[in-house]
Design a binder for this molecule. Structure first.
Ligand code: KG4
Ligand code: ZN
Length: 353
C-alpha cells in the first residue's frame, strides 16, 4: 500500500510517499526556519501562510520523486494534531481535497505517535514486536513526554513537561546566549569539545504529587527554572553584554555546554527512572532534540549501564517529516473511515491518556 503522508503541524512543510509503512519512496521537507529566524521563533501566521504557498510544490515533488503517479497512491494521511491550529488546517484541508480528487481513503495521524514511529523507519529489520514494551522519550520544540509503548496504538503517557519543552529550553537558552534560532543545533555545535561541568545549572525535579494531572510527578519535567537560571547567570556576569556577548568564545562554549548538560541530565534521569519502574528492556528517543550529540552519548551510556537496548531515528526522521506520517498510516494506524471526513485540527491532541 502506497500512502502519501502530509505534515504541516509547525514550521516544516512536508510530504512523503511510503510503501507498506516501512519503505520510504520519497521524503520532501521544506523547512521554514529561515523565514522565522528574524523573529527568534516560529510565528504561527507566517507558518500557515507559507504552508499554503509551498505545500503544492512539496506534494508534486513527493509524488514525482517516488516514481509513482497520483493514481497509484492508495491513501492520503495527514497530521491532525498536536500543533499550530492554523498550520494543521492547511494540511488537513489539502489532504481532504486530494483524497476526494484521487478517490482514496483519508487517514488522520497523531503527530506524537508518528514521532514514536519514526525510529522504526530507520531500521529496516526492527519491528514493534521486537522491542515492545519500550519507553519512548519524545523531545521536540513543542513536546517533551515519556510514553510506555506496548504495541502499535497501545500507548500510556508516563510523564510530560509542566512548562517548556526541551527544544524550547534549547531555543530560549540560545537566544540568551546570542546564538540565534533554532537554538538546539547552535548549542549542540558550540558545545562540542567544551567543558559541560564548567557551571552548575539546576536539574529540576517535580517534588510534589498533585499538580501533574494524575501522572507520576517524578516522571514529569520542568525546564522554565533552568532558563531563568541561565538568564540570571548572564545578567550577573555580563550585565552590559546581554544583547551580544563579547566574552571569549571558549567561555561562551562552556556556558552552552553546561546548559545543555543540565537539559540532557534531566532527560536521562527521567528515562532511567521510567526504564526501572516499568521494567522494560528497550527505549528510544525521538523528535528534533533526539539528534543532540550529547543526549545520544548519554542515552548510549544509559543503555549500557542498565543492560537495555536503545534505538534512535536517523537525523532526517528526528525533525518533523511526513515519512513518519505515511509510515504509521501504512501500518493501519490513525483515524479512518467515515469519521475522518469531519476531522478537524486538534492543537492539544495527547497521547496515551
Ligand atoms: O521535532 P521538531 O523538528 O519540531 C517539533 O515537533 O517541535 O523539533 C524542533 C526542535 C527545536 O526546538 C530545535 O532547537 C530542536 O528540536 N533541535 C535540537 C537539535 N536539533 C534540533 N535540540 C538539541 N540539539 C540538536 N542537535
Ligand atoms: Zn514534531
Amino acid at each position: 500500500m502506497h500512502v502519501l503522508g502530509i505534515e504541516t503541524s509547525c514550521d516544516e512543510t512536508a510530504a512523503a510517499v511510503v510503501l507498506d509503512g516501512t519503505h520510504v519512496r520519497s521524503n520532501e521537507v521544506f523547512s521554514q526556519v529561515a523565514l522565522h529566524q528574524p523573529y527568534g521563533g516560529v510565528v504561527p501566521e507566517i507558518a500557515s501562510r507559507n504552508h499554503v504557498t509551498y505545500l503544492p510544490g512539496v506534494l508534486e515533488d513527493a509524488v514525482s520523486h517516488s516514481g509513482l503517479n497520483w493514481n497509484q497512491l492508495d491513501a492520503v494521511a495527514v497530521t491532525y494534531g498536536p500543533g499550530l491550529a492554523s498550520s494543521l488546517l492547511v494540511g488537513i484541508a489539502s489532504a481532504k481535497a486530494l483524497a476526494l480528487r484521487i478517490k482514496v481513503p483519508l487517514i488522520g495521524i497523531n503527530h506524537l505517535e508518528a514521532h514514536i514511529y519514526s525510529a522504526f523507519l530507520s531500521h529496516d529489520s526492527l519491528a514493534f514486536s521486537d522491542v515492545c514494551p519500550f519507553i519512548a522519550l519524545v523531545v521536540s520544540g513543542g513536546h517533551t513526554c515519556l510514553v510506555r509503548v506496548d504495541g502499535l496504538g497501545h500507548y500510556r503517557l508516563l510523564g510530560t513537561t509542566m512548562d517548556d519543552a526541551a527544544g524550547e529550553a534549547f531555543d530560549k537558552g540560545a537566544n540568551l546566549l546570542g546564538l540565534g534560532y533554532p537554538g538546539g543545533p547552535a548549542i549542540d555545535s558550540v558545545s562540542r569539545g567544551a567543558d559541560p561541568d564548567a557551571i552548575h545549572f539546576p536539574r529540576s525535579r517535580m517534588r510534589k504529587p498533585g499538580i501533574t494531572g494524575g501522572l507520576q510527578h517524578d516522571l514529569c519535567f520542568s525546564f522554565s527554572g533552568l532558563k531563568t537560571a541561565l538568564m540570571y547567570y548572564m545578567k550577573t556576569h555580563f550585565r552590559d553584554q546581554m544583547a551580544k556577548p563579547a566574552f571569549p568564545p571558549e567561555y561562551l562554549a562552556n556556558i552552552a555546554a553546561s546548559y545543555q548538560e543540565a537539559i540532557v541530565d534531566t532527560l536521562i534521569d527521567r528515562v532511567r527512572l521510567a526504564i526501572n519502574r516499568e521494567k522494560v528492556r528497550s527505549f528510544s528517543a525521538v523528535g528534533g532534540v533526539s539528534f543532540n550529540h550529547r543526549l545520544r552519548e548519554k542515552l548510549a551510556n544509559l543503555a549500557e549501564s542498565t543492560s537495555t537496548h536503545v534505538f534512535l531515528p536517523l537525523q532526517k526522521y528526528c525533525v518533523d517529516n511526513a515519512a513518519m506520517v505515511g509510515g504509521l498510516a501504512g501500518k493501519g494506524q490513525g483515524v479512518s473511515g467515515r469519521s475522518v471526513w469531519s476531522l478537524d485540527a486538534c492543537p492539544n491532541l495527547e497521547i496515551g491518556r
